[in-house]
Design a protein around this ligand. Structure first.
Ligand SMILES: NC(=[NH2+])NCCC[C@H](N)C(=O)O
Ligand SMILES: [Mn+2]
Ligand SMILES: [Mn+2]
Length: 302
């Protein structure tokens, strides 16, 4: 049984935050896999707002080769517009579902959703995305959104929620991480963010981890934003992602996480990011993205 939700789909075809081309085609691939119709069939009221206008690599001045914040200006500008739109959508009692695009877009979506309310944040990702310009090995901004959203990073990015930090680190949970950069790891160890690595998932199981994660993200909050990076799923099941890392969770574990999120009743907005159709096999990763979004929005087998 699904309670009807007004779902607002919004695509953000950006790849300036990633080191590799292709994730800008993610929103098309996810729509092609039937997202809108299948959400409708599940009983939701669906509005597709189309794609946010985003600059292309080909038409954007190249960043200096040694930049520590590659394409900062165009990314900040996109995230600012995205934050406005997401905050408007949320104010109209709709649930924003943002399709990526590289993970830098979460700076805009999560900030917009957190405007005027106190949200928790659940980040499901092979990476921590917890670098800043002093710790990044790549200069790619898609490796930085979690740091930005908890108050660490460039001023053009940290203020988009109208408060800094956008999220209280004590209400932030990182799930299924398995690939950290050395300085990023140190920053994460000293932060108040709760981290469940692959080790905890293997050891305690996804259900126990999610139960604790949901308690942290919902205690004293108005619900939570979910940012889901498809690279969290093992590349054997999700090959079409921007930054594949072996040893990931199974598609089943990902579904279980999403089903428990739906059961919590506290999901306020979500991102589905880093789908790369160039590396995909017959759109399988985009189809998995759709299936997972359905689970997060109440789909049950029986
Ligand atoms: N959203 C992602 N896929 N992020 C990957 C980040 C990889 C690496 N840690 C970096 O900062 O460059
Ligand atoms: Mn990510
Ligand atoms: Mn990732």
């Amino acid at each position: 049984m699904t309670s009807e939700t007004r779902v607002a789909i919004l695509g953000v075809p950006i790849d300036l935050g990633a080191g590799r081309r292709g994730v800008d085609m993610g929103p098309s691939a996810i729509r092609y896999a039937g997202l809108s119709r299948r959400l409708h069939d599940l009983g939701h009221h669906v509005v597709d707002f189309g794609n946010l206008a985003t600059p292309m690599v080909e038409t954007t001045p190249l960043p200096p080769p040694d930049a520590r914040l590659r394409y900062l200006e165009p990314i900040a500008e996109v995230c600012q517009r995205l934050a406005e739109l997401v905050s408007d959508i949320a104010a109209q009692a709709m649930l924003p579902l943002i399709l990526g695009g590289d993970h830098s877009l979460a700076i805009g979506s999560a900030s917009g959703s957190a405007r005027g309310r106190r949200l928790g944040l659940i980040w499901i990702d092979a990476h921590a995305d917890f670098n800043d310009e002093t710790t990044t090995p790549s200069g790619n901004i898609h490796g930085m959104p979690l740091a930005v959203l908890t108050g660490r990073g460039h001023l053009r990015l940290t203020g988009l929620a109208g408060k800094t930090p956008a999220f209280d680190p004590a209400r932030v949970v990182l799930i299924a991480v398995r690939d950290l950069d050395p300085l990023e790891r140190e920053a994460l160890r000293t932060s108040a963010i709760t981290v469940f690595t692959m080790h905890e998932i293997d050891r305690r199981g996804m259900a126990a981890v999610m139960e604790q994660a949901l308690t942290i993200a919902t205690r004293g909050t108005d619900g939570f934003h979910l940012s889901f990076d498809l690279d969290v799923v093992d590349p054997r099941e999700a090959p079409g992602v921007g930054t594949p890392v072996s040893g990931g969770i199974s598609a089943r574990e990902a579904h279980l996480a999403m089903e428990l999120i739906a059961e919590s009743g506290a999901l306020r907005s979500l991102d589905i990011v880093e789908v790369n159709p160039i590396l995909d096999e017959r759109n399988a990763t985009a189809e998995l993205a759709v299936e997972l979004a359905l689970s997060a929005l109440g789909k049950r087998i029986l």
